[in-house]
Ligand binder design. Structure first.
Ligand SMILES: C[S@@+](CC[C@H](N)C(=O)[O-])C[C@H]1O[C@@H](n2cnc3c(N)ncnc32)[C@H](O)[C@@H]1O
Length: 195
């Protein structure tokens, strides 16, 4: 049963609905590798995951999970900022996930920041294939997370409604500013298809 209070489960739900075997996808914030492992499972043997993180310990944790699950060969681990993703990924992708903030149990100073997140998202959106998804888990409960959420919502509000649809999901009855979800879908042919 899907628990809507678990925003990361909702993020996976949307990815599961849109990613197919053989697809290329991006995990923009590998962290402890939960999302990378999930994506490696759904892209199958013929698909591929590009996973970014600025912290080598995060990528080591991700690699360990992948190795334990015999899925390492489906993933390229990239120890660099996702704002440089265009240097590593050139082909179209079916999905990208950003699980923002800092590594749970790690250095809170190494959090994602709105300028680099938005720069990266702009590049990722241009790589999305038709009906591809960008899924972002936001954490407004900490200082930079609140700013990042505000800036991302502003950025999304300015995306062309012909090319993108943006869904914002948040729990309205929970205390302490719980995580929220943005789901962006690219529609490359909406002008003709919806006419
Ligand atoms: C909330 S954690 C990600 C959790 C992860 N997706 C999981 O499944 O365990 C956020 C991660 O983003 C990373 N990060 C921060 N700034 C980054 C950047 N510019 N590019 C790539 N990763 C970044 C942090 O090092 C941290 O590991």
């Amino acid at each position: 049963m899907l628990k809507i209070r678990k925003i990361t489960e909702l993020a996976h739900h949307y990815l599961q609905l849109s990613v197919r075997e053989g697809d290329r996808v991006i995990d923009a914030t590998a962290g402890n590798g939960i999302d990378t492992l999930f994506l490696a499972g759904i892209v199958g043997k013929s698909g591929h995951v590009f996973a970014f993180d600025i912290q080598s310990e995060a990528l080591a944790a991700t690699e360990k999970k992948l190795t334990e699950n015999h899925l390492k060969d489906r993933v390229t681990l990239i120890n660099d900022g996702h704002e440089k993703l265009d240097l590593y990924v050139r082909d179209q992708v079916a999905a990208v996930i950003y699980n923002l903030g800092y590594l749970p149990g790690g250095n809170k100073g190494k959090t994602t920041e709105h300028e680099t997140t938005i720069s990266s998202l702009g590049k990722a959106l241009r790589l999305l294939k038709n009906e591809g998804l960008a899924v972002l888990v936001l954490y407004p409960g900490h200082g930079e997370g609140k700013t990042e959420k505000g800036q991302l919502i502003k950025y999304c509000g300015r995306l062309s409604p012909r090319e993108y649809n943006v869904l914002h999901l948040r729990l309205v009855n929970q205390p302490n500013e719980p995580p929220e979800l943005l789901v962006i879908q690219r529609n490359l042919f909406s002008r003709t298809a919806d006419a």
